[in-house]
Design a protein around this ligand. Structure first.
Ligand code: SF4
Length: 222
């Protein structure tokens, strides 16, 4: 059975390669999440409940709401950001502020999908104070929840938004986001594509064209 699945996966990869896409063979280093063993439930609802009560890292002390993630539980595409900001902390929903508006626009205009059709989550589920980058330790504590979410949603393509999200999920701290964006990388049973974070695009509108190119590539692969 395993051989058959691997064969299908390989065939799919050759197909995409023939279409002109470039690939990195696989994530080179294990994601840091694997270092932590938690007994996690096999449903998104139960997992969310667990996260709501989580105090595994210090971010639990300053959060107003846990931002678990939302969207289609059977989504083909999963977006992963860095962590909740102020508006997300207030509402308990991911990508709701200005960055979220832009992400929604990107989903609607380039993927021609509704926001509800995709799944959106973050590396850490609680807001880092003053919107600082989550520490490696915080990401390490929180990533098992995200990995389980990925396992349950089973997306075909995971799109990491920004350098932090890509680095913590992939374990690749060496590739610059400007170089690696738009590449398709095998990530367990999904493909992972890093691209720029919407907040970066708000500060650098000229970079939007690269994200649009990346999304066109994603759309062609669905
Ligand atoms: S960020 Fe993650 S690990 Fe830390 S308290 Fe929140 S849910 Fe728990």
């Amino acid at each position: 059975m395993k051989n058959l699945q691997e064969h299908r996966l390989l065939r799919e990869l050759y197909h995409y390669k023939a279409l002109g896409y470039s690939y990195f063979s696989d994530i080179k280093k294990p994601v840091i999440a694997i270092e932590q063993e938690l007994d996690l439930p096999d449903s998104l609802e139960a997992l969310e409940l667990m996260c709501q009560q989580c105090s595994l890292c210090d971010l639990s002390k300053s959060r107003k709401n846990v931002v678990f993630g939302e969207g289609n539980p059977d989504a083909e595409i999963m977006f992963i950001g860095e962590g909740p900001g102020a508006v997300e902390d207030e509402t308990g929903r991911p990508f709701i502020g200005k960055s979220g508006e832009l992400l929604t626009k990107i989903i609607e205009t380039t993927l021609e999908m509704k926001r509800e059709d995709v799944y959106i989550a973050n590396i850490v589920k609680c807001r880092p104070p003053l919107n600082r980058v989550p520490s490696k330790e915080e990401a390490q504590k929180c990533l098992p929840f995200l990995i389980k979410q990925i396992e349950l949603v089973k997306p075909k393509i995971i799109i990491t938004l920004g350098a932090t999200s890509y680095q913590y999920l992939s374990g690749d701290y060496e590739s610059a986001i400007s170089k690696i964006r738009g590449e398709m990388i095998q990530f367990s049973r999904a493909l992972l594509m890093p691209t720029f974070h919407p907040s970066f695009l708000l500060r650098n509108p000229s970079a939007k064209k690269y994200v649009f190119m990346d999304m066109k590539k994603v759309k062609a692969m669905l």
